[in-house]
Write a protein that binds this ligand. Sequence first.
Ligand SMILES: CC(C)(COP(=O)(O)OP(=O)(O)OC[C@H]1O[C@@H](n2cnc3c(N)ncnc32)[C@H](O)[C@@H]1OP(=O)(O)O)[C@@H](O)C(=O)NCCC(=O)NCCS
Length: 410
Amino acid sequence: MASFEIRPLDEDEFEGLPNAFGVAFGFQPSEQDMADWQAGAELDRSLAAFDGDQVVGTAGAFSFELTVPGARQVAAAGVTAVSVRTTHKRRGILTSMMRRQLEDVAQRGEPLAILLASESVIYGRFGYGLATSHDAIEIDPRHGAFARPVDDRGRMRQLEKDAASKVLPGVFDASRKRNPGDVNRTATWWDTYLKDPESRRQGGSGLFFAVHESAKGKADGYVAYRVKNEWRHGLPGNEIRIDDLVADDPTVYAATWRYLLDIDLAGSITAWGRPVDEPLRWLLADPRRLRTTVTGDFLWARILDVPAALSARHYTVHGDLVLEVTDEFLGRATGRFALTAGPDSASCAPTKKKADLALSVADLGALYLGGHAASTLARAGRVDEKTKGALARADAMFVTHPAPYCRTGF
Ligand SMILES: CC(C)(COP(=O)(O)OP(=O)(O)OC[C@H]1O[C@@H](n2cnc3c(N)ncnc32)[C@H](O)[C@@H]1OP(=O)(O)O)[C@@H](O)C(=O)NCCC(=O)NCCS
């Protein structure tokens, strides 16, 4: 197997990254895309594989703060921009980049890495587990009556982009710190998002913004959406595409959906990346009208430092568990670890005690954010219960409600 140099890009080489990535994903980045990309990237974390002076493989990372159960934050590498040119694929370049990148993540002291996968077959071999799922949903707003009236003392207010840029980041940031699975958004992220480049619109309008304000005038939720105009035979049927929705309080959530469902000339409201336990179904008088069109994997998590990762989050109930973890790709997470944890504290350390559960590091990643039960993975033969009752204990400790989900693509 030929070996290719893998190293971070220099500043003057950076455009090799979007170019190679664009070829792999089938698009040509505009000059604006290139500039936005470079502004948002962390250069020292932007790895490339070189064949001579050509970039043939790419793998970047963001230094994220990830919210974990218990509304706590942990440093996590947000892996991004992974690609290998068609001319160089299936020669082990991705494998070499993943090894190099994960070692770098460990050196930086980040206990885990997270990513969104273009294809769900790719990352399990590197120790990533499917940590959060998401739904794509659709509803015809003409069947969007609520089962019960909403007593909202606040109001919805439409904002132009400039006003939105002052309000949305703060509302999002307060919310993401409460919601397991969410990551922080930098000022550069907001900058690019609010520029709203044509390449992100997919035939829809520019972004519209509506914010919810409490009776005292405090912004406490918002929705950003596009409209895809559709008229057939003189009849309106616009598609309202939700792009970003933040509303933690139940009344704010109901008011925001009421706003969306009441938009005139609409034939459908669609959203991607919604939580799998979307409360909207329970607001509707006719819940079957809310259709789930896709259920898919969203965040993948790769734990590198088991004690640091497991003690960073909190757990739904008190309990003790000894986990035997196997890390075939790197070996870093291999070992037996004793977890003593509950809703307010957690500690985890290597142990010689007998294991309660045995699992791969990828499957530990799948359990980590509380989105999946150990007993479900056991039913697929992925978790081995060594001590009777350990699966039920792990389910009670790890699983969290609401389900974890991430609102930021990266
Ligand atoms: C996915 C991609 C990065 C893989 O790069 P690569 O250098 O070919 O990967 P490797 O040669 O290191 O492959 C390692 C193993 O994964 C398998 N693999 C990699 N990509 C795969 C895919 N898309 N489908 C199925 N198997 C895949 C390989 O067959 C190989 O298996 P083996 O160890 O049993 O031989 C590359 O195909 C690509 O750029 N695809 C398009 C863009 C994309 O999807 N990027 C990922 C963004 S999240």
